[in-house]
Design a binder for this molecule. Structure first.
Ligand code: ADP
Ligand code: MG
Ligand code: ZN
Length: 476
């Protein structure tokens, strides 16, 4: 086993959520009847002329601003020529020599360490349609609804050194595009897709090794697993005295491995050339100023506010900011009066558990910020214990009841009546003479045993601090 360093660069395709497609007025929407959102332009009929959707330029520029990039206020569309049934024009309209944006970066934090990842470029392009292969049939079908919809491709420098860093970078990009409102970021629908370029080299070596390009990575987990697999596979190849072959490989999630798809030898020559049907893309100074002035808040500055103003620990802030919906939810709950740290505890503990178990996305939750704010309050003021809160949380997730009225209706309010607590403690003391002797003989760790027993006796509703106090008092 030699010591290798992994080198990773990502190419990320983000579907822009404009109302219409990039070069025609067809709706840019998913899930419709096949071939219903199609016109002569996106069907690639001869003689038609594309007209650029300027909203897509705005969205792409907003992303460019977010990564501190150089914006080319004059950029150019090019034709990328290849043949495939899902692409009736026989070329993709993309940007090549003069992209919209170059030389950006973003910072990621992995295991407490900050790293700056370079972004080579962002360019605009149109998407292809979709081939459908009906099971058991000898033919394929083509759906052109997606053909001509707007994408940006974000190409990173080969700056990442592990699968964790690649996933952190991707998550950051994802939270940025969703916060900017330029994409829904849905990975399953292919609205946020990524190809990972992976190579390894002996540690200390400055030259890059031969890379492979991994496709078909449609979740953060697949990105992580595929890169890990690929690093291990390439290490084995080199350890066995072999050479890594530059090729495109497909990730098979079922078997958790990557398989060769095509090698560089059959790489296509795309014969790029400037699209003669399209004028250069021009962004005026006024437009740029307006977009800068109206740029939505990004996760980074949100995090800053959460840690500096609301005093959240960095890790909590980071987790909340990964999902703009959660961040929004958190802010509303805190704004309504819930103490920020208490609200964060509920959201990152009980709420995340429910979200993960049910598989719903945060935006589908029925529970309201009002309910979470109230729950934070009634835990904080001792009306219920954290344990009871966790017990009733699944019910509250249904969004039908407010915490306080639910607690009252079910008699779950915490008992802070010292008489009742003392009585329960007396009862437990009487029932456990041996533990009492051991405790009084110096085994003070047994306090937690007594607390547990008393809590059970009082069906989890006793005020834990008061139980502790009562036991200490009565055991002497
Ligand atoms: P192509 O257009 O053929 O995919 P590029 O040179 O544009 O090639 O690179 C695409 C991506 O691959 C970029 O994100 C880049 O950082 C990354 N990359 C290039 N060389 C390597 C390498 N040796 N190891 C890992 N990633 C690499
Ligand atoms: Mg590539
Ligand atoms: Zn169209």
């Amino acid at each position: 086993m030699s010591e290798y360093e992994a080198v990773i660069g990502l190419e990320v395709h983000v579907h822009l959520s404009t109302a219409s497609k990039l070069f025609c007025s067809c709706p840019n929407s998913f899930g419709d009847e096949p071939n219903t959102n199609v016109c002569e332009v996106c069907a690639g009929m001869p003689g038609v002329l594309p007209v650029l959707n300027h909203k897509a330029v705005e969205y792409a520029t907003r992303m460019a601003l977010a990564i501190h990039a150089t914006i080319n206020q004059r950029s150019q569309f090019a034709r990328k020529n290849y043949f495939y049934p899902d692409m009736p024009k026989d070329y993709q309209i993309s940007q090549y020599e003069l992209p919209l944006c170059e030389h950006g970066w973003l910072d990621i934090t992995v295991n407490g360490g900050k790293r700056r990842i370079g972004i080579t470029r962002i360019h605009m392009e149109d998407d292809a349609g979709k081939n459908i292969h009906p099971q058991g049939e000898s033919h394929s079908l083509v759906d052109l609804n997606r053909a001509g919809t707007p994408l940006i491709e974000i190409v990173s420098e080969p700056d990442m050194r592990s699968a964790e860093e690649a996933v952190a970078y991707l998550k950051k990009l994802h939270s940025m595009v969703v916060s900017l409102g330029i994409s829904n970021g849905n990975m399953e629908e292919g609205c946020f897709r990524c190809d990972a370029n992976v190579s390894i080299r002996p540690r200390g070596e400055s030259q890059l090794g031969t890379r492979t390009e991994l496709k078909n990575l449609n979740s953060f987990k697949h990105v992580q697993k595929a890169i890990e697999y690929e690093i291990a596979r390439q290490s084995d190849v080199l350890d066995d005295g072999g050479k890594v072959v530059q090729e495109t490989r497909l990730y098979d999630a079922g078997r958790n491995l990557t398989l060769p798809m095509r090698s560089k030898e059959d790489a296509q020559d795309y014969r790029y050339f400037p699209d003669p049907d399209l004028l250069p893309v021009v962004i005026t100074d006024e437009e740029l100023q307006e977009w800068i002035a109206t740029q939505p808040e990004l996760p980074e500055s949100r995090m800053q506010r959460y840690t500096a103003d609301m005093k959240l620990p960095e890790q909590d802030a980071e987790q909340l900011c990964e999902d703009p919906f959660l961040a929004e939810f958190f802010e509303r709950a805190a704004h309504l009066g819930g103490k920020p740290k208490k609200v964060a505890n509920i959201m990152l503990g009980m709420m995340m558990r429910e979200i993960n178990q049910s598989g719903i996305s945060p935006s589908e939750m029925r529970i309201t910020p009002e309910a979470v704010s109230e729950l934070a309050d009634i835990i904080d003021n001792g009306t219920i214990s954290a344990k009871i809160a966790a017990d009733i949380f699944p019910e509250l997730m249904k969004g039908e009841e407010m915490p306080l009225s639910y607690v009252k209706a079910h008699g779950l309010a915490q008992v802070s009546d010292s008489g009742a607590i003392d009585a329960a403690v007396q009862k437990i003391i009487a029932a456990n003479p041996e533990e009492v002797r051991a405790y009084q003989g110096g085994k003070t760790k047994l306090i937690s045993f007594f607390v547990g027993q008393v809590m059970r006796e009082m069906r989890g509703k006793a005020n834990p601090a008061m139980v502790n106090e009562s036991i200490r008092k009565l055991l002497g």
